[in-house]
Design a binder for this molecule. Sequence first.
Ligand code: SF4
Length: 220
Amino acid sequence: MPDKQRLPDWHIQAILETLERMYPNARPELHFTNPYETLVATMLSAQSTDVQVNKVTPAVFRDFPTVEDMAATTPEVLYPYVRSCGFASKATNIVLAAREIMSRFDGRVPDTLEDLTSLRGVGRKTANVVLANAFGVPAMAVDTHVFRVANRLGLAHAGNVAKTEQQLMAAIPRALWNKAHHWLIFHGRRVCRAQRPLCADCQLLNLCQNPVYPRTSPGD
Ligand code: SF4
Protein backbone atom coordinates (compact mmCIF):
# COMPACT_ATOMS: atom_id res chain seq x y z
CA MET A 1 0.00 0.00 0.00
CA PRO A 2 1.43 3.45 -0.91
CA ASP A 3 2.57 5.54 2.02
CA LYS A 4 0.27 8.56 1.81
CA GLN A 5 2.19 10.46 4.47
CA ARG A 6 5.52 10.08 2.69
CA LEU A 7 7.02 13.37 1.54
CA PRO A 8 7.26 13.93 -2.23
CA ASP A 9 10.58 12.98 -3.78
CA TRP A 10 11.62 16.60 -4.45
CA HIS A 11 11.13 17.40 -0.75
CA ILE A 12 13.16 14.38 0.42
CA GLN A 13 15.89 15.26 -2.06
CA ALA A 14 15.98 18.87 -0.84
CA ILE A 15 16.39 17.70 2.77
CA LEU A 16 19.17 15.28 1.85
CA GLU A 17 21.00 17.87 -0.26
CA THR A 18 20.82 20.39 2.59
CA LEU A 19 22.11 17.86 5.10
CA GLU A 20 24.98 16.95 2.80
CA ARG A 21 25.90 20.63 2.43
CA MET A 22 25.77 21.10 6.19
CA TYR A 23 27.76 17.99 7.10
CA PRO A 24 30.06 17.05 4.19
CA ASN A 25 32.46 15.32 6.59
CA ALA A 26 29.90 13.43 8.67
CA ARG A 27 31.44 10.18 9.86
CA PRO A 28 31.40 7.86 12.88
CA GLU A 29 32.52 9.66 16.03
CA LEU A 30 33.47 6.42 17.77
CA HIS A 31 37.10 5.35 17.36
CA PHE A 32 37.77 1.90 15.86
CA THR A 33 40.00 0.34 13.24
CA ASN A 34 38.48 -3.07 12.42
CA PRO A 35 35.18 -5.00 12.69
CA TYR A 36 36.00 -6.35 16.16
CA GLU A 37 36.71 -2.86 17.54
CA THR A 38 33.61 -1.51 15.77
CA LEU A 39 31.45 -4.12 17.46
CA VAL A 40 32.90 -3.54 20.94
CA ALA A 41 32.74 0.27 20.69
CA THR A 42 29.17 0.16 19.39
CA MET A 43 28.05 -2.21 22.14
CA LEU A 44 29.59 0.13 24.72
CA SER A 45 27.91 3.18 23.21
CA ALA A 46 24.35 2.11 24.04
CA GLN A 47 23.01 4.61 26.59
CA SER A 48 26.46 6.17 26.85
CA THR A 49 28.21 8.85 24.81
CA ASP A 50 30.77 8.44 22.05
CA VAL A 51 33.11 10.73 24.00
CA GLN A 52 32.95 8.45 27.04
CA VAL A 53 33.39 5.29 24.94
CA ASN A 54 36.42 6.81 23.21
CA LYS A 55 37.99 7.36 26.62
CA VAL A 56 37.81 3.69 27.60
CA THR A 57 38.41 1.84 24.34
CA PRO A 58 42.16 2.55 24.01
CA ALA A 59 42.83 0.50 27.15
CA VAL A 60 40.29 -2.17 26.15
CA PHE A 61 41.83 -2.61 22.69
CA ARG A 62 45.36 -2.52 24.13
CA ASP A 63 44.72 -5.31 26.63
CA PHE A 64 42.19 -7.30 24.55
CA PRO A 65 43.35 -6.63 20.97
CA THR A 66 41.50 -9.49 19.26
CA VAL A 67 38.25 -11.42 19.47
CA GLU A 68 40.27 -14.32 20.83
CA ASP A 69 41.69 -12.21 23.64
CA MET A 70 38.24 -10.93 24.54
CA ALA A 71 36.77 -14.43 24.48
CA ALA A 72 39.51 -15.64 26.83
CA THR A 73 38.82 -13.09 29.53
CA THR A 74 35.87 -12.84 31.91
CA PRO A 75 33.19 -10.18 32.43
CA GLU A 76 34.64 -9.55 35.89
CA VAL A 77 38.05 -8.69 34.42
CA LEU A 78 36.58 -6.52 31.65
CA TYR A 79 34.08 -4.61 33.77
CA PRO A 80 36.53 -2.20 35.48
CA TYR A 81 37.70 -1.07 32.03
CA VAL A 82 34.16 -0.20 30.87
CA ARG A 83 32.43 0.68 34.14
CA SER A 84 32.11 4.36 33.17
CA CYS A 85 30.03 3.39 30.10
CA GLY A 86 27.22 1.98 32.18
CA PHE A 87 25.86 -1.38 33.10
CA ALA A 88 27.86 -4.46 34.12
CA SER A 89 25.77 -6.36 31.58
CA LYS A 90 27.74 -4.66 28.80
CA ALA A 91 30.93 -6.39 29.94
CA THR A 92 29.09 -9.70 30.12
CA ASN A 93 27.57 -9.26 26.67
CA ILE A 94 30.88 -8.28 25.05
CA VAL A 95 32.75 -11.27 26.47
CA LEU A 96 29.97 -13.74 25.65
CA ALA A 97 29.55 -12.30 22.13
CA ALA A 98 33.30 -12.74 21.58
CA ARG A 99 33.06 -16.38 22.72
CA GLU A 100 30.17 -16.95 20.28
CA ILE A 101 32.20 -15.39 17.46
CA MET A 102 35.03 -17.81 18.27
CA SER A 103 32.80 -20.87 18.45
CA ARG A 104 30.29 -20.15 15.69
CA PHE A 105 32.08 -17.83 13.25
CA ASP A 106 35.68 -19.03 13.42
CA GLY A 107 36.80 -15.87 15.19
CA ARG A 108 35.55 -13.47 12.49
CA VAL A 109 32.89 -10.85 13.22
CA PRO A 110 29.95 -11.83 10.99
CA ASP A 111 28.84 -9.47 8.22
CA THR A 112 25.10 -10.12 7.97
CA LEU A 113 22.26 -8.65 9.98
CA GLU A 114 20.95 -12.09 10.84
CA ASP A 115 24.27 -13.39 12.18
CA LEU A 116 25.14 -10.19 14.02
CA THR A 117 21.78 -10.03 15.79
CA SER A 118 22.19 -13.68 16.81
CA LEU A 119 25.09 -12.61 19.05
CA ARG A 120 24.55 -12.00 22.72
CA GLY A 121 23.65 -8.35 23.42
CA VAL A 122 23.64 -7.28 19.76
CA GLY A 123 20.40 -5.62 18.70
CA ARG A 124 19.35 -4.39 15.31
CA LYS A 125 20.78 -0.89 15.76
CA THR A 126 24.19 -2.16 16.84
CA ALA A 127 24.22 -4.68 13.99
CA ASN A 128 23.35 -2.00 11.43
CA VAL A 129 26.11 0.29 12.73
CA VAL A 130 28.64 -2.55 12.43
CA LEU A 131 27.42 -3.47 8.93
CA ALA A 132 27.69 0.13 7.74
CA ASN A 133 30.91 1.17 9.47
CA ALA A 134 32.94 -2.04 9.46
CA PHE A 135 31.81 -3.65 6.21
CA GLY A 136 30.43 -0.78 4.11
CA VAL A 137 27.09 -2.58 3.76
CA PRO A 138 24.20 -0.14 3.20
CA ALA A 139 22.22 -0.07 6.46
CA MET A 140 20.01 2.38 8.30
CA ALA A 141 20.82 2.30 11.99
CA VAL A 142 18.16 4.19 13.94
CA ASP A 143 19.46 5.51 17.23
CA THR A 144 17.84 8.16 19.39
CA HIS A 145 19.13 11.02 17.19
CA VAL A 146 18.10 9.45 13.89
CA PHE A 147 14.66 8.61 15.31
CA ARG A 148 14.05 12.13 16.62
CA VAL A 149 15.41 14.11 13.66
CA ALA A 150 13.86 11.91 10.97
CA ASN A 151 10.42 12.20 12.55
CA ARG A 152 10.69 15.93 13.14
CA LEU A 153 11.79 16.53 9.56
CA GLY A 154 9.06 14.28 8.16
CA LEU A 155 11.42 11.79 6.53
CA ALA A 156 9.59 9.32 8.76
CA HIS A 157 6.31 9.47 10.63
CA ALA A 158 6.53 6.57 13.00
CA GLY A 159 6.09 5.96 16.68
CA ASN A 160 8.83 3.39 16.95
CA VAL A 161 12.35 2.63 15.78
CA ALA A 162 11.47 -0.35 13.57
CA LYS A 163 8.94 1.61 11.50
CA THR A 164 11.29 4.60 11.31
CA GLU A 165 13.99 2.33 9.89
CA GLN A 166 11.58 0.95 7.26
CA GLN A 167 10.33 4.39 6.26
CA LEU A 168 13.84 5.84 6.00
CA MET A 169 14.97 2.93 3.84
CA ALA A 170 11.95 3.50 1.59
CA ALA A 171 12.45 7.27 1.36
CA ILE A 172 16.25 7.48 0.98
CA PRO A 173 18.18 5.95 -1.92
CA ARG A 174 20.06 2.84 -0.75
CA ALA A 175 23.40 4.32 -1.83
CA LEU A 176 22.87 7.16 0.67
CA TRP A 177 21.74 5.14 3.70
CA ASN A 178 25.12 5.14 5.45
CA LYS A 179 25.78 8.82 4.78
CA ALA A 180 22.23 9.83 5.73
CA HIS A 181 22.58 7.97 9.02
CA HIS A 182 25.59 10.13 9.91
CA TRP A 183 24.00 13.34 8.60
CA LEU A 184 20.97 12.81 10.87
CA ILE A 185 23.18 12.03 13.88
CA PHE A 186 25.35 15.11 13.28
CA HIS A 187 22.25 17.29 12.92
CA GLY A 188 20.70 15.78 16.06
CA ARG A 189 23.81 16.44 18.12
CA ARG A 190 24.54 19.93 16.85
CA VAL A 191 21.21 21.58 15.95
CA CYS A 192 18.10 19.41 16.29
CA ARG A 193 18.80 18.52 19.88
CA ALA A 194 16.26 16.70 22.01
CA GLN A 195 15.86 19.64 24.37
CA ARG A 196 15.65 23.14 22.91
CA PRO A 197 16.50 22.42 19.28
CA LEU A 198 18.02 25.40 17.47
CA CYS A 199 15.18 25.80 14.96
CA ALA A 200 15.74 29.51 14.46
CA ASP A 201 19.23 28.80 13.14
CA CYS A 202 18.39 25.54 11.35
CA GLN A 203 19.01 25.51 7.61
CA LEU A 204 16.21 22.95 7.30
CA LEU A 205 13.53 25.09 8.94
CA ASN A 206 11.66 25.75 5.68
CA LEU A 207 11.65 22.04 4.85
CA CYS A 208 10.89 20.71 8.34
CA GLN A 209 7.44 19.21 8.95
CA ASN A 210 7.46 19.48 12.74
CA PRO A 211 9.67 22.38 13.80
CA VAL A 212 9.84 23.13 17.50
CA TYR A 213 10.50 26.73 16.46
CA PRO A 214 8.14 28.68 18.76
CA ARG A 215 9.77 27.22 21.84
CA THR A 216 13.22 28.45 20.80
CA SER A 217 12.30 32.04 19.99
CA PRO A 218 14.36 34.83 21.58
CA GLY A 219 13.72 35.20 25.26
CA ASP A 220 12.86 31.51 25.72
S1 SF4 B 1 13.62 23.12 12.17
FE1 SF4 B 1 13.92 22.51 14.33
S2 SF4 B 1 12.86 20.53 14.55
FE2 SF4 B 1 13.14 20.90 12.33
S3 SF4 B 1 15.09 19.88 11.82
FE3 SF4 B 1 15.58 22.02 12.29
S4 SF4 B 1 16.09 22.04 14.49
FE4 SF4 B 1 15.00 20.11 14.06
